[in-house]
Structures are given as C-alpha cells and as structure tokens.
Write a new protein. Structure first.
Length: 108
C-alpha cells in the first residue's frame, strides 16, 4: 500500500500540471521599423491579463490582446522607430499568476 502511494506521489511531482501550465512567447524580438509581429501567451486557465509596462511608444507599440481560442492570447507589436524597449505582461489564472517580459529591438 505504501509503495503504491509513493509511486503516485512521485508521478504527481514528475508530471507537470496542465492547470498550472503557461508559456510566454520569446523574451527578445527583432522587428523592422514599420513591421508588425505577433507575440503569444499560451496557458490553460487564463482569467485576465494586462500590459503592465508599455515601453517606449517611439520605438514599438503593443496592441491590446485578442484571444484566438481558449488557450492563447495574441499581442501585436509594431516597430515604430529604431531602438530597444521593453514590455511586461501580467497574467492571472484560476490557480496561478505570473509575468512575461519582452525586449523588442527595432531596426531600420
């Protein structure tokens, strides 16, 4: 009985919980001035998300997100001018919350 219990505990620790899973898109992006790229946040139980830091709008702009299905949130990032800026996205799920950071390098 104890052996079976230990096996279940081991498997529970070994296997990730789908309810807590989330994945931030790439932390660094290169964008050409005038181009638009999509950056995604994937998770299994999003309740809400917000752009906590909007960076320098003279370098890049981030467009409010659209959910493309139950699991993904897509942001559009537009290269406005040469330079580097950062965005911070906070997300909140039913069982966990977190933050994603994005550095955007815009080139001519």
């Amino acid at each position: 009985m104890m052996t079976r219990f230990c096996c279940y505990v081991f498997l529970a620790l070994l296997l990730p919980s789908a309810a807590w899973a989330h994945t931030c898109g790439p932390q660094t992006l290169e964008v050409k001035k005038g181009d638009t790229v999509e950056w995604g946040l994937n998770g299994s139980d999003f309740i809400e998300f917000q752009i906590a830091e909007k960076g320098d709008p003279l370098v890049a702009k981030i467009v409010p997100p659209m959910k493309n299905d139950e699991r993904d949130v897509l942001f559009k990032i537009v290269g406005a001018g040469s330079g580097v800026t950062n965005f911070k996205i906070n997300w909140d799920g039913s069982s966990r919350r977190g933050t994603c950071y994005i550095e955007v390098n815009v080139k001519e």
